[in-house]
Design a protein around this ligand. Structure first.
Ligand code: CO
Length: 222
């Protein structure tokens, strides 16, 4: 059997494994979803979202792209965050990066990468914002690892900049935004313990989107 055909074979085996212990598994799955978690991670095939955190179907709302970026002009990620917060009312949003991230590595190489330039520039901007800390790290691998962590922190901050997150947090006390890094060498997750409340307070000096202007009937959601 070819590798491709094997996928359908795998699928049937998976269905059997789910329904074996719980015949109503798919009937329940088809009804609705109410995940507590949203996960924003890298597209890298070595970092499978559900698998590394042991969550089943229906338990985590996932968005992945190259180097787990949260660009405010990316309607894709903005729509996913908006839906997760306003409709699913997730309690936690995780931005999960990983060491040995090819996207972050590419951003550290100063050359023309064609169509990737605008995407990688977000990471290059993270490098620029944290320039002094990064250039002080002599070991290249350690500097690369640190950029992965700083990128996670900046993308988590970008999540906190959204009106959806700010307004929901004031109204309900959630979601809380977290930053993690996955280590491919050990399979372990590292919680960067970003201070959600402090970041929220700090950025609200100019990113406060919680007030609705008098000429708007309802908030924009972005
Ligand atoms: Co990656």
């Amino acid at each position: 059997m070819s590798t491709y055909d094997q996928l359908f074979e795998n699928n049937r085996a998976w269905v059997a494994s789910k329904t074996g212990s719980n015949p109503d598994f798919f009937a329940k799955l088809a009804e609705d979803q109410s995940p507590d978690y949203m996960y924003i991670g890298c597209s890298d095939s070595r970092v499978p979202a559900n698998e590394i955190i042991g969550l089943d179907s229906g338990e985590v709302f996932v968005h992945r792209n190259v180097a787990n970026l949260v660009n405010n002009t990316d309607l894709n990620v903005m729509s996913v965050i908006n839906y997760a917060v306003r409709h699913l009312q997730v309690k936690h949003i995780v931005v999960c990066g990983h060491y040995n991230c090819g996207g972050v590595k590419a951003a550290m190489i100063p050359k023309d990468m064609g169509i990737l330039n605008p995407w990688l520039r977000t990471i290059r901007d993270v490098y620029r914002m944290h320039h002094d800390e990064l250039v002080a790290i002599q070991n290249e691998q350690e500097r690369y690892n640190r950029l992965v962590e700083l990128n996670v922190k900046e993308q988590a901050t970008n999540v906190i900049k959204t009106a959806a997150v700010q307004k929901s947090y004031i109204k309900y006390g959630y979601p809380i935004v977290h930053g993690w890094v996955f280590d491919l060498h050990t399979g372990l997750l590292k919680d960067l313990n970003i201070d959600f409340k402090k970041i929220l307070t700090d950025i609200q000096e100019i990113y406060d989107l919680t007030a609705i202007p008098s000429d708007m009937n309802e908030d924009s959601g972005y």
